[in-house]
Every structure is written in C-alpha cells, then in structure tokens.
Design a protein around this ligand. Structure first.
Ligand code: C5P
Length: 211
C-alpha cells in the first residue's frame, strides 16, 4: 500500500506521515530531506543555487550521511532546497530514488510536494495537508524561537510565504493537490486531531489498518 502525503511547509504533513507509517506498519520517506541535502551541499560548495547545471552537478553529489545531519532541519537548508527544487534536472536526479522507495514490496508512506502528482500518481491513498500561512508561521515560530531568539513572527511568515510562492509557482512539479487527494486543513486542529482525521481519511480509501 502506498500513501502519498503532500502539502506546504509547516502544514503538519511530516508528523502526519510519520504517524500514518507507524499506524499502517510502513516505511516512511521525508522527501523534503533529499531536496534539503541537495541545496545544502550545493550551497556549502559555493554553487550558484539558481544555476541548474551547478545545482545538479554539485548538490546531487551529497554524501548519504548528510541525510542524518541536524543542519538540514534549519531554515537555511529549507530555503536552499526551495531554490534547487525548481530545477527539472534536480527533480529528475531524485526521481528514481523516491519511486524505488514508494514501490518497494509492502508499500510505503512518502511526504513532500509532488508525491501524489508525480512520484506515485497511482498511490492507494493521497492526502493534501494544508493550513493558513498565518497558522503555519505561528507553528514554525514556536518551534524556532528558543534556538533563534532574534527571529520575529513576521520574518517567519515572510519566509513561509516566499517558499509557498516558489513551490507553487515553479513550472517543474509545482505544489498542487492531486484531483484524487483528500484535503486535510489542519488550521483549527491540534496535531492529535489531525493525525486521527488523517488515519480516518486513509482508511476510507484502503480499509482499516490490520494492526
Ligand atoms: O518538506 P520540506 O519543508 O522539508 O521541503 C523543503 C523544500 O524542498 C520545499 O520548500 C520544496 O521546495 C522542496 N521539495 C520539493 N518536492 C518535494 C519535497 C520538498 O520540491 N517532494
């Protein structure tokens, strides 16, 4: 069984995808981490992130251990990811790895921006998780403020809006709700309710989890 979870930054999709993976006993891939690794590695090696050949040539050579580096969780890595992910050659270079993960025996849960539209269009269940930019910014601000006391809510909101605009406006695999994806707006939900609702939406498509 393949479950595709897409949505914008700080919508709750990562937490929801991990909870679905635990509930249905499936492996999980956070595909954003792959784009973060490409962006971070390209940036660290002085590549021009807006140059497609440099981004793919340098960034896609990241070492596998980078995927475990906490630096990838930082907003700087997210911003770099959002720039390199606009290049079709970067997306193409990461495609086989994501498809291979999705199509492994027994299935998988993947979260990202184009799982239901490009990576696994035949997924058994698709969710599009969203929330208003203001709610997403407030969540991200609450996560970041202890480590980054200099940040303001207005800056975090501007970053989220910039990333939304880049992710939705690019021509290569833009952030889009697949026509057959169930919409889950978490703006007025706590994470516990959002997870329960996500499980219910998946079970509508696939039947109840067997454990
Ligand atoms: O999901 P996360 O916030 O880690 O993603 C970081 C960035 O990577 C996104 O803003 C987006 O530009 C890019 N991305 C993408 N396609 C995916 C996952 C992430 O373009 N499947």
């Amino acid at each position: 069984m393949i479950i595709a979870v897409d949505g914008p930054a700080a919508s709750g999709k990562g937490t929801i995808a991990r909870a679905l993976a635990a509930r249905f006993g499936l492996p999980h891939l956070d595909t954003g981490l792959l784009y973060r690794a490409v962006g971070w590695w390209a940036h660290a090696h002085g590549a021009d992130l807006d140059d497609e050949a440099e981004a793919v040539g340098v960034g896609c050579g990241f070492p596998p251990a980078l995927l475990d580096d906490p630096a990838l969780r930082a907003e700087a890595a997210a911003a770099a990811a959002s720039r390199v992910s606009a290049h079709p050659a970067v997306r193409e270079a990461l495609l086989a790895r994501q498809r291979g993960f999705a199509e492994q025996p027994g299935g998988a849960v993947l979260d990202g921006r184009d799982i239901g539209t490009v990576i696994a269009p035949g997924a058994d269940a698709k969710l599009f998780v969203t929330a208003t930019p203001e709610v997403r910014a407030a969540r991200r601000f609450a996560e970041l403020r202890a480590a980054h006391p200099e940040l303001t809510l207005a800056q975090v909101l501007a970053d989220i809006q910039g990333r939304d605009a880049r992710d939705s406006g690019r021509s290569a695999a833009p952030l889009l709700r697949a026509p057959d994806a169930a919409l889950l707006d978490t703006s007025e939900m706590g994470i516990g309710d959002a997870v329960r609702r996500a499980i219910a939406l998946v079970e509508v498509r696939t039947g109840p989890a067997s454990r």
